[in-house]
Design a protein around this ligand. Sequence first.
Ligand code: NAP
Length: 310
Amino acid sequence: MKKATIQKYGDLDVIKLIETETPTLTKKQVLVKVKAAALNPKDILVRKGKFKQLTGRKFPQGIGYDFAGIIEDGNGHSFKKGDKVFGMVNGMQGRCCAQFVNVDVNELYKMPDNLSFEAAAGIPLAGQTALQAIRDKGQLSKGQKICINGASGGVGTLAIQVAKELGGIITTISSDKNLAFCKSFGAAETLSYNQINILDSKNKFDIFFDVFGNYNYQKVAKILTPKGKYITTVPKAAIVKEQFFNLFRKKKASMVVVKSNKADLKWFYDKIVANKIQAVVDGVFPLEDIQKAQKYIESKRAKGKVILIT
Ligand SMILES: NC(=O)c1ccc[n+]([C@@H]2O[C@H](COP(=O)([O-])OP(=O)(O)OC[C@H]3O[C@@H](n4cnc5c(N)ncnc54)[C@H](OP(=O)(O)O)[C@@H]3O)[C@@H](O)[C@H]2O)c1
C-alpha cells in the first residue's frame, strides 16, 4: 500500500510516499481502507521534531491522525467489511495518510451518511478537541458567554458550532476577511484582531477558548467573569504553572489534550445527521500532494480543514 512518511525530522522535503505492507492488527484493532485523511498542525510539529521525546528517533514515521474510510477487516468486532467509519488514532504514531490504517475499535465510529469521506475526515481530531475543551474543560452552560480566538481554522469552525449546540453566546476573533465566515456558523459577535484588541473589551467571558494560542491566562484574566475559564490548545510552560495556581483562585486556566473516543465521535455523528453541525473543508489534495497540503496548513491561513484523498 501507499503511505506518507517522514524520513527524518525537518522541512517539507523529509516527506516521502513509500510502498509498504498493509498494517497487521492487534486484537483491539480493525483495518480501515482510508478514503480521506485530515491534516492538522500536529503533523507539522511532529515533522519538525517538536515532540521528539514522544516520537523517538526511529524512521520512517507515518503521518496523520484522523480519517474517514471503509472497514476492510472487522477482526471479530461489531463492524463488518464495507461499513463506513470515521475516527482518530490516539498517541503520537500518526499513520492515517495511507491507503490502509489499523485503528483501535474505540477510536472510530460509524460515519454520518450525509457527509462525503472528505468532509467526515476533518471532524474527529478538530471536533473532539473543540468538544473536550468547551464541554469538559469549560463546562459551558446555556446562556454563558464564550470567546473563541482563532475561530476560522479547523478547530475554531467546529468550536463555534459546538458552543452553539451547548447554548453558548459566542464571540469570535479572526482576521477581517473571516468575519462573515465566523458569523455563518452561529457567532453572535465577530471581532477582528486587525481592528480591536480583545483585552480592551468591556465584555466579560465565562470561557476564553484560545484555539490559536497567542494569549495566556495572565493577559486574559481581566476579561473573564469571576469564575471564568481560560482554555488553551497549546502546550506552553506557562499553562502548567497556571494550572497549579488554579488551586488558589476562582478563575481557572487549563489546556485541552484531545483524546479520541467512541462517545465523542457519536456526539458528532448525532449532531451531523441531525444537520446541527456541518463539516468545513477548505481544500482537498491527492495523497501525492501532501507536501503542498502541509505547506498550506503551515501558512496558518486555512479556513476549516485541509484534506488528503488516497
Ligand atoms: N492540544 C490539543 O489536543 C490540540 C488539538 C488540536 C489542535 N491543537 C492546536 O490548536 C491550534 C489550532 O489548530 P487548528 O487545526 O485550528 O489550526 P488551523 O486550522 O491551521 O488554524 C488556521 C487559522 O488560524 C487563524 N489565525 C492565524 N493567525 C491568527 C491570529 N494571530 N489570531 C487568531 N487567529 C489566527 C487563521 O485565521 P485568520 O486567517 O482569520 O487569521 C486560520 O483560520 C494549533 O496550534 C494546534 O496545534 C491542539
